[in-house]
Design a protein around this ligand. Structure first.
Ligand code: AMP
Length: 543
C-alpha cells in the first residue's frame, strides 16, 4: 500500500523558490575583482537568476546541455548555479587551478557549450580556446566597463548577456533525478572523472548537512564558504544556506587572503565558515600576527584533509571558535562524516576527548560506511581493525559520467573511497591514509596522517608530509618532509614526536624544504613528493 502524501519532486528549484518566498531579505555579500564588496538580497539574486534563465533559453540552451563555469565564490556564480540547473541544464564547475591539459580535457569530455569565466581567470582559458571544440561562446563575469583585454574570441559580458531580459520566468517541472551539476575529480592518476549530481541528491545532501551536528544552519547564521564553488559545490553551502535563510558571505578571489577573511568575518558578522586546513592556517597566522579577534565566529568546519589537533586548540582556546572536523569526497556531494562529541563523551578527560575529536567523525544521515579487508570481508567496528573504507547512499555517485563501468563500485553498489581507516563502536571513522599513501613497514601499516598531525603540532612547523621510502629490511620506512618557520633540526623534531607516536613509527629521517607541492584542491601532492624522493637512501642504509 502506498502512503497518501504529495509526490513533489526534490529539486533545486524548490530550494530557490523556498528561499525567495521565505527569506527574500537575507543578504549575499561578495568580493569581486571589480568592486570592493557587492551586496544584495536573495530576492535580487533570484530576480537576476530568472533574467539569466531567459537569456539562456533565448540563446537556445536545451535540457541536459552542459555549461561550464570557471569562477570564484560570488553572487554571479550563485545566479549561474540556480539558473542553469533549474532550467534543466547542467552546471559544470571547473577548477581554474588545474593544469591547462586537465582543463581542456574535462571541458571537451563534458562537451560544454558555453563557458562563464571570471575576468581574473580569462588568462587561464584564453590560450586553450583552439582546443575547446564544443564551446560556442565565452561569457565574462563582469559588465562591459570592466571587460579585460583578451585574445578570446566570441565573448560578451555577463551583464550584457542578461540585460533587457524579462524578470519573470516559468521554471520547468523537472524530474528529481535529472542531472543538475557536474564536477570532475582531480585524481592524481588517470584522467579526471566526472561526478554527475542530480536534483534529488543535492536536496537530500542539503537537508542532511544543514542538521545540527553537521553545519547546524539557521536563518540567524552568517555563512562564509571558503571552500570553492568550483570544487564540490562549496560543500553544498550554496544550496543549504538559502534553504535555511542564512546570510551568505562570499570571499571571491580572496579565499587565501587571511586579512580579507578577517575583515569579512568582523564586518559582516560571520558565524560559520567552512574550508580546508591550509586556509585556516593562513587566517590563524594573520589573526595572531595582527592581534585581531573574531568574536562573531562560532564554528569552523575543517575538511578536505585531516585537521590537526593543534589547529582545533588554537581556534578554541584563543578565539572561542568551535572546530568540527569533516570528511567527504567529490563522489559524495561531498559530505560523509562530521565530528561532534556525544553527551557522554563531554565528561571524558581532555586528552580522551581530543583522541575522539581528531577522528573524521560520524556518518551524516544517508551515508552508510563499512571497512573491509583485502578480500572484501567487513571488519568489526572496534576502533582498531583497519582496512579500506566503502560507502553507499543517495548522495553518493553510482558511476562516472560517460564511463560504462566503474572499478570503484562493487556489485552490491558500494563505492570504494580509496581511503584507509577504522570505525569505532560509536560510529566514528578515523582515516589513517589514502590507500596509495599507506606506509607498509615490516608488513604493518604506519599512518602518514597521524605522523603529519603530530609533526604540525610543533610550533615551528608550518607544514609536514610523510611518505614511505624504500628500506632493505622493512620494505618501507617513513620519511618526514617539513616546511619550518624557524631553525629546527631533525633531532628537535624526533624528540618532539617521541611521546606522541609509537616508537616504531618514528620517521627514519627528516628533510627540511622551502615548500611542499599541493594539488589544485589544496591537498599535499604526495605523488610529486614520491617522485622527488625516488631513490632516496635513508641514512642508516647508506653504507
Ligand atoms: P576530493 O574528492 O578532492 O574532495 O578529495 C577527497 C579525499 O580527500 C578523501 O577521499 C580523503 O582522502 C581526503 N579528505 C577529505 N577530508 C578529509 C579529512 N577530514 N581527513 C583526511 N582526509 C580527508
Amino acid at each position: 500500500m502506498y502512503g497518501l502524501m504529495m509526490d513533489n519532486p526534490l529539486t533545486i528549484t524548490s530550494i530557490m523558490q523556498h528561499a525567495d518566498a521565505n527569506h527574500p531579505n537575507a543578504e549575499i555579500v561578495s568580493v569581486t575583482a571589480a568592486e570592493r564588496w557587492h551586496r544584495y538580497r536573495y530576492q535580487d539574486a533570484f530576480k537576476r537568476t530568472r533574467q539569466l534563465a531567459n537569456a539562456l533559453m533565448h540563446y537556445g540552451i536545451q535540457p541536459g546541455d552542459r555549461l561550464c563555469t570557471l569562477a570564484w565564490n560570488d553572487y554571479r556564480h550563485i545566479e549561474l548555479y540556480y539558473a542553469i540547473s533549474c532550467l534543466g541544464a547542467i552546471i559544470h564547475t571547473v577548477n581554474p587551478r588545474l593544469f591547462p591539459e586537465q582543463i581542456s580535457y574535462i571541458i571537451n569530455h563534458a562537451e560544454d557549450r558555453l563557458v562563464f569565466v571570471d575576468p581574473l581567470i580569462v588568462p587561464v582559458i584564453a590560450p586553450l580556446q583552439q582546443q575547446l571544440d564544443s564551446v560556442e561562446m565565452y561569457i565574462i563575469l563582469t559588465d562591459d566597463a570592466h571587460l579585460p583585454e583578451t585574445t578570446l574570441a566570441n565573448t560578451c559580458s555577463y551583464e550584457a548577456f542578461i540585460h533587457d531580459q524579462a524578470v519573470e520566468f516559468d521554471w520547468p517541472a523537472l524530474d528529481e533525478r535529472a542531472a543538475s551539476s557536474l564536477c570532475y575529480t582531480s585524481g592524481t592518476t588517470g584522467d579526471p572523472k566526472g561526478v554527475l549530481y542530480h536534483h534529488r541528491s543535492t536536496v537530500l545532501h542539503s537537508l542532511a548537512s544543514a542538521s545540527a551536528d553537521v553545519f547546524g544552519l539557521s536563518a540567524s547564521d552568517v555563512v562564509m564558504p571558503v571552500v570553492p564553488m568550483f570544487h564540490v559545490n562549496a560543500w553544498g553551502l550554496s544550496y543549504s544556506a538559502p534553504m535555511c535563510g542564512a546570510k551568505l558571505v562570499m570571499p571571491g578571489p580572496k579565499m587565501g587572503d587571511g586579512q580579507t577573511l578577517c575583515r569579512l568575518i568582523q564586518e559582516e558578522g560571520v558565524s560559520l565558515c567552512a574550508g580546508v586546513p591550509t586556509i585556516w592556517a593562513g587566517l590563524l597566522r594573520y589573526l595572531a600576527n595582527n592581534n585581531e579577534q573574531v568574536p562573531s565566529l562560532k564554528k569552523v568546519m575543517v575538511g578536505g584533509s585531516a585537521c590537526p589537533l593543534s589547529m582545533m586548540h588554537e581556534f578554541e582556546q584563543r578565539y572561542g571558535v568551535v572546530v568540527a572536523h569533516a570528511w567527504g569526497m567529490t563522489e559524495m556531494s561531498p559530505l560523509g562524516t562530521t565530528n561532534t562529541l556525544k553527551p557522554s563523551m563531554r565528561r571524558l578527560a581532555q586528552a580522551e576527548q581530543d583522541a575522539i575529536r581528531i577522528k573524521q567523525g560520524r556518518a551524516m544521515y544517508g551515508v552508510s560506511m563499512k571497512i573491509v579487508d583485502e578480500d572484501d570481508n567487513t571488519l568489526p567496528r572496534d576502533g582498531r581493525s583497519t582496512g579500506l573504507l566503502k560507502v553507499r547512499g543517495p548522495t553518493v555517485c553510482c558511476g562516472y559520467y560517460k564511463q560504462e563501468a566503474s572499478e570503484a563500485h562493487d556489485a552490491a553498489g558500494w563505492f570504494c573511497t580509496g581511503d584507509v581507516g577504522h570505525i569505532d563502536a560509536e560510529g566514528y571513522l578515523q582515516l589513517t591514509d589514502r590507500a596509495k599513501d599507506v606506509i607498509k613497514s615490516g608488513g604493518e601499516w604506519i599512518s602518514s596522517i597521524a605522523l603529519e598531525n603530530a609533526a604540525v603540532a610543533h610550533p615551528d612547523v608550518l607544514e609536514a608530509a610523510v611518505i614511505g621510502v624504500h628500506h632493505p629490511q622493512w620494505g618501507e620506512r617513513p620519511l618526514l618532509i617539513v616546511v619550518a618557520e624557524a631553525a629546527l633540526t631533525q633531532a628537535d623534531l624526533l624528540d618532539f614526536l617521541t611521546d606522541k607516536v609509537a616508537k616504531w613509527w618514528l620517521p627514519d629521517a627528516v628533510i627540511f624544504v622551502d615548500r611542499i607541492p599541493h594539488t589544485a584542491t589544496g591537498k599535499i601532492q604526495k605523488s610529486q613528493l614520491r617522485e622527488q624522493f625516488e631513490g632516496y637512501v635513508l641514512p642508516d642504509c647508506s653504507s
